[in-house]
Structure formats: C-alpha cells, structure tokens
Design a protein around this ligand. Structure first.
Ligand code: SAM
Length: 290
C-alpha cells in the first residue's frame, strides 16, 4: 500500500483497473487499519486533501466530495414532491445524510451502514463530511446489513438512497445491486417514491453502469441514468435513479430552481442539474448491449 520513496513523500497506489493505477502522494496517514468488514485508510493526499480509502479504493475526498454527494442526493430528493421520510443505506462518511437533512421537508432520516467501526472513525476525523449530521434529532443511525434492514422493515420511505461500496465480489455491498433487491426497495417506497444508487464509473466499468441502470429500469416505471465528473475518482461517476411517480426531467423548472436555491449547494444549480442527465452517445450505445 503506502511505501516510502524519495522527496520525503509516501506514495499510495490505487489500482483503477488491472492495467492502470493512480498514485497518490501522501502527506500524512491519519488512520490505517481493518474493521470487521473492510480496510480503512484515511490519508491527507497531495492533490485531494483528506481522502477516505476503503479496501484500497478512494471513496471521497475533501477536494470534491460535495460534487459526488450533491449529485447522489438531490436529483432523487427533488424528484419526490415532498420527501419526509428518507432511508440512506451505506453512506458511512455522513455526507449523504448531511445533504438529505438540508431539505426542510425531511422529518425522519434513517441511515443503515454495516460498519460501526468505520462510522466511529468518520465521526472522529471527518467532521467536514458529516458536520454533526449524526446528532440531528431527525436521524436514526443503525448498524446492520442494509439488505436485511430493507427486507425486515415495515416502514415505507419517500426516498431511498443507496450509497454503497462498488459491486465487487467479496465486498459487503455486492448483494445490494440485484434486481431482487431493487424490487424489495420498490415495495418499501411510498406511492411517489424515488430511489437512487451510485452506479460506478462510466469509464472503468461502463458495463456495471449499464447493467445497474438497466436493472433499475426493469423494476421502476421511470428510470434515469446520470453521471458527474469526480476528479478524485479520475472519472465520470454514474448513478441510477428509479421513480414510481415523477420523471426528474418533466418537473416544472421553476420548482427545481426554487427548491435548489433553498439548499445552499456548491455544485448543483439549474444548469448542472440538467447537465447530469446528458449521457454521451457511446455510453447510450453501450447500455443497449446489456
Ligand atoms: N462514496 C462512495 C463511492 O461511491 O465510492 C461510497 C460511499 S460509502 C463510504 C460506502 C459505505 O457502504 C461504507 O460506509 C460501507 O460500510 C457501506 N456498506 C457496504 N455494504 C453495506 C451493506 N451491505 N449494508 C450497509 N452498508 C454497507
């Protein structure tokens, strides 16, 4: 992982594919250890500032975590006309919760992450991400497998956000990218309910992006793929949105604009909201294959 080299800098190699690596210059390692579920490395990198790696893959950095988290959360929240009850599965950094809580309509937000030790590390070192969201009185924080929670709960949610590690064999989130799981999510949503999941990199794993989006589209009457460029991931990052009711691209622009303005965001405004949904031709063609 990290090894000493010249110039008094440590280098951390993140393998993006078997033939490509991103080598981060590390100024300081803040934490490096194993929880029951994953290897957690928190380091101050030269380019991205404080960066969280899980099992060797960057999850988010101080530099542009807001780009990823605003893009993950708000399209789904805005697609619902008045989200009151929200479920976040995964999202250990607490930044997804932070974005959800910005919506004044939210009365209850349940976050279910499998890894309590990770969240303890996040609470201790990553205030910039969670900004004490875990202490908000609207929040219930649970530590268990998100799949088990969704299968067992009798509660219904307006929005369900899946902020999970990538679907890589042997990692704890892999079972939460299946058609069966999305069908269970569908059942646990209220009539106008909306779900969104991160859907991996459109550059390094366009097949996974396509398959996840096509699977969501096989379950939900309205499905929209979208993506955003995240420098920390060296790639455009994909998402898959499924809605039982409204289509995000058919909502009155004035409503989107008004609601976005009340949220105090850094990446999303009306212009970037619509830009997210522009999928390049070659990716649309790729999606037809699966
Ligand atoms: N921002 C990240 C990205 O796209 O690269 C992903 C966010 S986050 C750090 C991933 C979280 O998913 C972790 O906190 C991990 O513990 C959690 N997770 C993985 N599998 C899970 C499961 N089966 N149930 C609940 N949480 C899970």
């Amino acid at each position: 992982m990290a090894e000493e080299q010249g110039f008094g800098v440590l280098w951390y190699t993140e393998w993006l594919s078997s033939l490509e690596a991103h080598v981060h210059g590390i100024k300081r390692i803040i934490y490096d250890g194993r929880t029951k579920y994953q290897r957690v490395t928190l380091a101050e990198t030269g380019s991205f500032g404080l960066t969280l790696f899980l099992d060797g893959y960057a999850q988010s950095s101080e530099y542009d975590e807001f780009v990823y988290h605003e893009s993950l959360v708000h399209p789904a929240m805005l697609t619902h006309p008045h989200p009151e009850k929200v479920l976040v599965i995964g999202g250990g950094e607490g930044a997804t919760l932070r974005e959800v809580l910005k919506h004044p309509s939210v009365k209850r937000a349940v976050m279910v992450d499998i890894d309590e030790e990770l969240v303890e590390i996040v609470k201790r070192y990553m205030w910039k991400w969670h900004r004490s969201s875990f202490d908000d009185p609207r929040v219930e924080l649970l530590f268990m497998d998100g799949k088990k929670f969704v299968e067992e709960t009798s509660e219904r949610f307006d929005v369900i956000i899946l902020d999970l590690t990538d679907p890589v064999s042997g990692t704890p989130g892999v079972h939460l990218y299946t058609k069966e799981f999305y069908e269970t999510i569908y059942d646990k949503l209220t009539p106008q309910g909306v779900m969104v999941t991160q859907a991996t990199s459109t550059r390094y794993n366009v097949k996974a992006f396509s398959v996840i989006n096509n699977t969501v589209a096989s379950v939900f009457p309205v499905a929209r793929p979208y993506k955003v460029f995240v420098a920390t991931f060296y790639s455009e990052w994909g998402f898959a949105l499924g809605s039982k009711g409204r289509d995000p691209l058919k909502i009155d622009k004035e409503e989107i604009s008004r609601r976005l303005q009340s949220l105090d965001l850094r990446y999303l405004d009306l212009e970037t909201f619509y830009y997210l949904f522009h999928i390049p031709k070659y990716i649309r063609e790729e999606m037809q294959k699966y």
